[in-house]
Write a protein that binds this ligand. Structure first.
Ligand code: HEC
Length: 104
């Protein structure tokens, strides 16, 4: 499922005259709605922003278990498509790492 977004990001980065690629402010960082880079970002962006703002995701600080519950709830009651287990795992790990309770 990996698409060639690296090339696109590179092209964007190259096309920004004199812009510092500061983590949160650079346009390239906004490419995925401001989601930090990491495995699972594309899925989170594509999937979760289909129904609601990513803000609703980014403002959360949840443990991995709580993210699992949230995504289960999202699937069972909000109409999120059922995901293959490995995709679900990747997304959960991404969310727990970047929007988790430990670490930061
Ligand atoms: C099919 C539509 C749909 C998709 C896809 C979807 N959501 Fe949601 N999500 C909703 C709806 C609708 C609500 C608001 C539910 C409510 O407040 O009653 C919501 C609410 C939420 C909330 C807030 C929960 C709370 O406690 O208020 C979080 C967090 C969330 N979604 C995360 C995600 C994540 C992460 C993804 C992607 C993996 C995702 N959603 C994908 C429909 C969706």
């Amino acid at each position: 499922m990996a698409r060639s977004c690296a090339g696109l990001l590179l092209a964007l980065a190259v096309g920004l005259p004199g812009t510092t690629l500061a983590q949160d402010t650079a346009p390239a960082a906004q490419e995925f709605g401001g989601l930090p880079p990491g495995e699972g970002r594309e899925e989170v962006y594509g999937l979760c922003s289909a129904c609601h703002s990513l803000m609703i995701v980014k403002q959360q600080r949840l443990s991995k278990a709580a993210w699992q519950d949230t995504l289960k709830w999202m699937t069972e009651t909000q109409g999120m498509p059922q995901l293959p287990p490995e995709t679900l795992e990747r997304i959960t790990n991404y969310l727990a790492e970047h929007y988790g309770t430990d670490g930061d």
